[in-house]
Ligand binder design. Structure first.
Ligand SMILES: *[C@@H]1O[C@H](CO)[C@@H](O)[C@H](O)[C@H]1NC(C)=O
Ligand SMILES: *[C@@H]1O[C@H](CO)[C@@H](O)[C@H](O)[C@H]1NC(C)=O
Ligand SMILES: *[C@@H]1O[C@H](CO)[C@@H](O)[C@H](O)[C@H]1NC(C)=O
Length: 416
């Protein structure tokens, strides 16, 4: 077990920056204009330009976290850069001339079966191609129904939905206005219609968020209920690609310097999801291969509107401490506030707020609460809960602390 305390300015190795789609300050140089063709009509062999407003056929991350966008026989790798031919990376996609272009694609999430986990599945007409390490797996292509019985051919879109976001490891398939929710383990299919959601021509999961792309727009939806909250549709060119002047949702987005990253709390839940909290935002830490981006805390924890002081997990409950109140959330497909909360911290843990940090090591029931230069041990298995031990700590100021099983890769470069 390794306990990590972060004092004052914590340096997050993956700061709130890198793969975030598009910042307004990034300008992509335009290629010189080609006037040899009538305006608005591309020559047959021209590379499509995603900044002109493309309706993508499919979008998927690969096992390294690169995002691929597909249109016709072209693809784009990542959130910036020009189109290239799909068969320059996925060679066999072009070998079956009777098949059209990629209809749908997703990255399989199924950690119980490492033979398929993280493979990319492409759907072309009635066939599946499965790739890993940019190599077509032996035995492919196969009929869609051979692996996904009950799922129709000629799909429009597909997206993975891991357990924790969906109830079980699932794939959502889209065709017209119908959605087929496929349970990977039981191979059972549930058909749904989300009338308020546009027909998706591609779907993409990015950092626990689910996006339906339609035209050059996209709409964020909840993968279980289909609910759309917020103002949609939005133009994909402002978020998922770098299109230079006139595009972007920057509004001051910029890299934070190490010394500016002041975390309020960090926790790891029973499903291995780890979160850092800073001001009114949170960031998922364990999915950084797909990029990192901060989102409003209220998006996952509806009732939390201001800065949190401390967060820790105990069993499948997440405790969020704010001032002298504690909120307890049940972690399942999403976090739900347990009835009766928030409650006074004093009533729940036998300690007065506010506190600076709190952490619990895996499989333990003693939470360590930090307040100023003191650490208090509180036994969560005891009733009533009360401070069992109090000790001084040798650091001047602690903002966040967490504890994980030994061997888990550290997300933090250093403490300063
Ligand atoms: C991935 O493929 C390349 C060649 O295409 C090969 O050299 C490399 O060993 C492969 N990696 C894995 C992990 O299979
Ligand atoms: C959505 O798909 C349905 C078929 O499932 C079709 O009838 C409808 O016209 C489509 N809507 C749009 C706006 O394309
Ligand atoms: C995209 O969304 C905007 C509203 O944000 C809408 O006015 C426009 O018609 C949409 N375009 C397409 C191609 O869906």
């Amino acid at each position: 077990m390794t306990a990590v305390l972060l004092s004052l300015y914590a340096c997050l190795a993956l700061a709130l920056s890198n793969a975030a789609p598009v910042h307004h300050d990034v300008m992509i140089k335009d290629a010189p204009e080609d006037h040899s063709h009538p305006k608005g009509e591309d020559p047959p062999d021209a590379k499509p330009d995603r900044c002109k407003g493309i309706e993508f056929d499919a979008i998927t991350p690969d096992e390294k976290g690169n995002t691929f966008f597909f249109k016709g026989d072209h693809l784009w790798k990542g959130f910036s850069g020009p189109a290239e031919l799909s068969n320059s990376i996925f060679k066999e996609l072009d070998d079956y001339h009777h098949l059209g272009h990629v209809d749908a694609a997703f990255r399989m999430h199924h950690q119980d079966d490492l033979n398929v986990h993280d493979h990319i599945y492409f759907f072309l007409d009635d066939k599946i191609f499965s790739y890993y390490n940019y190599t077509l797996e032996q035995g492919y292509p196969v009929e869609i129904q051979q692996e996904f019985p009950g799922v129709p051919s000629h799909l429009d879109a597909a997206v993975e939905c891991p357990k924790g976001e969906c109830i079980t490891d699932s794939v959502l398939f889209f065709k017209g206005n119908e959605i087929y929710s496929f349970d990977i383990k039981t191979k059972s299919v549930k058909k749904k219609v989300w009338a308020h959601l546009p027909n998706c021509t591609s779907a993409f999961r990015w950092l626990e968020h689910y996006y339906c792309f339609h035209g050059y727009n996209f709409t964020r939806f909840h993968p279980v209920s289909g609910d759309v909250t917020g103002t949609y549709p939005k133009d994909a060119r402002n978020y998922f690609m770098r299109c230079g002047e006139g595009f972007g949702h920057g509004g001051g987005a910029r890299k934070q310097r190490c010394s500016e990253v002041k975390l309020n709390a960090i926790t790891i839940d029973d499903k291995g999801r780890s979160y850092a909290f800073q001001d009114a935002m949170y960031m998922r830490l364990d999915t950084h291969r797909d990029g990192s981006h901060h989102f409003p805390i209220s998006r996952l924890w509806k009732e939390i509107s201001v800065v949190v002081d401390a967060v820790f997990n105990y069993g499948d409950n997440m405790y969020i401490i704010q001032g002298d109140q504690v909120y307890i959330y049940k972690s399942a497909a999403h976090y739900t506030l347990i009835e009766g909360y928030p409650k006074p911290l004093k009533e729940e843990l036998g300690i007065d707020g506010p506190v600076d940090a709190a952490f619990l090591c895996p499989n333990q029931h003693i939470v360590n609460v930090i307040q100023g230069q003191k650490m208090y041990d509180i036994d969560l298995a005891a009733t009533p809960r009360a401070v069992k031990m109090e000790r001084p700590i040798p650091f001047p100021e602690i903002d966040a602390g967490f504890c994980d099983a030994d061997g888990v890769k550290k997300q933090f470069r250093q403490m300063t």
